[in-house]
Design a protein around this ligand. Sequence first.
Ligand code: PBG
Length: 325
Amino acid sequence: MSFPHHRPRRLRTTPALRRLTAEHRLSPAELVLPAFIREGLTSPHPISSMPGVVQHSTESLKRAAAEAVQLGVGGIMLFGIPAHRDATGSAGLDPDGVLNRAIADVRSEVGDELVVMSDVCLDEFTDHGHCGVLASDGTVDNDATLAVYAEMAVAQANAGAHVLGPSGMMDGQVAVIRQALEEAGHQETAVLAYAAKYASAFYGPFREAVDSQLTGDRRTYQMDAANRREALLEVELDLEEGADMVMVKPAMSYLDILADVAALSPVPVGAYQISGEYAMIEAAAANGWIDRRRAIEESVLGIKRAGANIILTYWAAELAGWLKE
Ligand code: PBG
């Protein structure tokens, strides 16, 4: 009788052995909690397609941020939903606008205990729902948008954001934001570039989360799901333009991109597990089709294994709580 020469099962026999030999493990510090604040709310408002996620009021956002600190979460990424929208997204530039106030409120709540990040993009602020301003023919005008992003970035840095996350996929956005920050004396405000952001159906629930007015899609500015090589070009350009960190988004359908970027990036690599990824797992779990906690842990671990150093996930706080158990 001959025996197998190698028995990989040996290291799988007990939980302690599996724990000892695990190649990757998650920690709260690498997680970032995306959070929505809606102008005028006095109590949190549920988002039906993202059970467990809410549009925050000022008070509930501050509580969520304080809880994130307690749990050891690494950061929070803020998105604002203004009461009034216009063609150029001017509420995003207003120091008293919902997002800029939220940044200041969260900073005064958490100080430097939590990395405060904010979305630099116009889609939450425009009445047409696009990430930039429109040219007369209705297309998104890249260079006119850059000028707005520069102002928006300075407003967010003034409000106290540690890290800015330009998510609009305009060409040259990192460079203009970096330059505007330097000129305004915000040398220390970092830029997390959404380097490889794909036009994805999985953003669906986010539209409800921010009450988006968008009709149509973002295929003229976000990347095509068919492309892999192009992600490396986007990363290279963002690094040249001064990105401090780069991100891949969405995560689960783009783990090959994440692995490629992680293999070559000299700066920390983020991944954003987006609204549709959240909704799919929650919906399957609610139907009893998958084990919720195991599916969440496995999905986030997969993102880590593919090479992410920083993971944005709507489960950040809950997962951090489990990791502390
Ligand atoms: C754009 C932005 C979007 C998301 C984050 N930033 C929407 C989009 O690009 O269509 C989506 C995040 C998610 O789906 O969880 N400001």
